[in-house]
Design a protein around this ligand. Structure first.
Ligand code: KIV
Ligand code: ZN
Length: 398
C-alpha cells in the first residue's frame, strides 16, 4: 500500500503508455472464450512475458471460480499489476480485495455506468445518486489496494458535463486511473480525440492521475479510437490479445502495441511491452479457446507476413521493406513466407527451387514454371513436396 503511485516520467523522455490487458476479464466474458483457472494462469504468465503493465485477471464477484483464478494469478504471477473488476458495491469491492490479497501489486477496477440510457434503464439512479455511489464505493476501497481505477461505463454516451463531474469526483476520492470506456463502440476517432482533450482540460484531479481508453470494436474502430485517445492525452490503453471481448471485441493488444512502435514518430507516448512475445500469446489463446485467428488479421493472422503475388515476392526478395512495415521477428513470428501460388512469379519459384537444392537451367526453369502455374490453377498453394515432385518428374502426393 506504500508503493509509489503511477510514476510520472522526466519530460525529456517520451511519456509512458500503460498497457492494461483485459484478455482474462472482458475477453473471457465473450461467448466461447471462457477459460479454466489453470488456463487463465497459463495466459497470465504469457502476458507477464509480454510485459503488460496491468492485467485484469477477472471479475472476483462474478463466481467463486473467478475469485480463485484471480487469487491464483495474484499468487503466482510477478511483474504486472494484477487487477480485479468490481461493480460500485461494497460486496464486489470486498470480493476483489480478497482475490487480490496475494498480489505483489494490486489494482481495483471499479465501475458504474454514467450515460442516461444506463442510468435510467439499468440502474434507475439519478445523476446525484450516481455521484453518491462513486463517493461511497471509493471511500470503502481506500487504503485496500495499491492502485484504484474508476470507469464511467458508457462514458462516450454520457452528457459531457456530467462525465467531467463523475470523473472529478472519482479522482478526488482516490482513483489513480480514470477510464473512459466506449462501451458500445459507438464513437469515431475525431470524436474520441475531442472528448479526451476536453477531459484532460476540465477534470479536477491530482497530478499523478492518468486517463485511460477502453474502446469496443462494434464499428471496427477500437484501435483507431484508442490511438486517437493517446494523441489527446490518454496514458493507458485497455486491450486484449486477438482483440477478444464483449460482442465484436476490445481494442486488439497486438495492433495497438505495434501501431505505437511502428509509428513512434507520431505518438506522444511509448509502451514498454515486449512485442516479441505477441505471437506466442496469440497462438496459445487461439488454441486454448478453440477459436482460430482470421488469416488476414493484422499482426497475428497467418497471412500477415505471407506474400503470394509475383510483384510482391520480387520486391521482398530484393528488400523485405518493400512490402513489410515491421519484421515478423519483431512480433515473434518465425519468418515471412513467400507462398507459391498462381500469382507467384519465376523469381520466387527459382529462389525456392534453389533452397530445395535445384538450380535448373533457363529452359528447364521455363518448363517447370509452366507446370507450376498449371498445378497452382488447379490446387491453389504449391508446397515444397509438389516442387520436388515436379523437378524429379513424378506425381506429387497431394
Ligand atoms: O466496456 C466497458 O464499459 C467495460 C467496463 C466494465 C470498463 O468493460
Ligand atoms: Zn468493455
Amino acid at each position: 500500500m506504500s508503493a509509489p503511485k503511477l510514476s510520472p516520467v522526466p519530460s525529456s523522455q517520451p511519456e509512458r503508455l500503460h498497457i492494461f490487458d483485459t484478455t482474462l476479464r472482458d475477453g473471457e466474458q465473450a461467448p466461447g472464450f471462457s477459460m479454466t483457472a489453470p488456463e487463465k494462469l497459463e495466459m497470465a504468465h504469457l502476458l507477464a512475458n509480454l510485459r503488460v503493465d496491468t492485467m485484469e485477471a477477472g471479475f472476483a464477484a462474478a463466481s467463486p471460480g473467478d475469485t480463485e483464478a484471480i487469487r491464483l494469478i495474484a499468487r503466482e504471477v510477478r511483474g504486472p499489476t494484477i487487477c480485479s473488476l468490481a461493480r460500485a458495491t461494497e460486496k464486489d469491492i470486498d470480493a476483489a480485495a480478497y482475490a487480490l490479497e496475494p498480489a505483489q501489486r494490486s489494482r481495483l477496477h471499479v465501475f458504474i455506468a454514467t450515460s442516461p440510457i444506463h442510468r435510467e434503464a439499468k440502474l434507475r439512479l439519478s445523476r446525484r445518486e450516481v455521484i453518491q455511489t462513486i463517493e461511497r464505493c471509493l471511500k470503502h476501497a481506500a487504503g485496500r489496494f495499491d492502485e484504484i481505477e474508476f470507469s464511467a461505463e458508457d462514458a462516450l454516451r454520457t452528457e459531457p458535463e456530467f462525465l467531467v463531474e463523475a470523473l472529478s469526483c472519482a479522482a478526488q476520492n482516490g482513483a489513480d486511473v480514470l477510464n473512459v470506456p466506449d462501451t458500445v463502440g459507438y464513437s469515431e476517432p475525431d470524436e474520441i480525440y475531442r472528448v479526451f482533450a476536453d477531459l484532460v482540460e476540465k477534470v479536477e484531479r491530482p497530478d499523478h492521475v492518468i486517463f485511460s481508453a477502453h474502446c469496443h470494436n462494434d464499428l471496427g474502430l477500437a484501435v483507431a479510437n484508442s490511438l486517437a485517445a493517446v494523441k489527446a492525452g490518454a496514458r493507458q490503453v485497455e486491450c486484449a490479445i486477438n482483440g477478444i471481448g464483449e460482442r465484436a471485441g476490445n481494442c486488439s493488444l497486438e495492433e495497438v502495441v505495434m501501431a505505437l512502435q511502428v509509428r513512434a514518430d507520431i505518438f506522444p507516448a511509448v509502451s514498454h511491452a515486449d512485442a516479441t512475445q505477441i505471437w506466442a500469446a496469440s497462438q496459445r489463446l487461439s488454441r486454448m479457446t478453440g477459436t482460430a485467428v482470421a488469416p488476414n488479421k493484422a499482426i497475428v493472422g497467418k497471412n500477415a507476413f505471407a506474400h503470394e503475388a509475383g510483384i510482391h515476392q520480387h520486391g521482398m526478395i530484393a528488400d523485405r521493406r518493400t512490402y513489410e512495415i515491421m519484421t515478423p521477428e519483431s512480433v515473434g513470428v518465425p519468418g515471412s513466407s513467400l507462398v507459391l501460388g498462381k500469382h507467384s512469379g519465376k523469381h520466387a519459384l527459382s529462389q525456392r527451387l534453389a533452397k530445395l537444392g535445384y538450380q535448373p537451367d533457363p529452359d528447364r526453369l521455363n518448363e517447370i514454371f509452366a507446370q507450376f502455374k498449371a498445378a497452382a490453377d488447379l490446387h491453389g498453394e504449391i508446397n515444397d513436396a509438389d516442387l520436388v515432385a515436379m523437378m524429379e518428374g513424378y506425381s506429387a502426393s497431394g
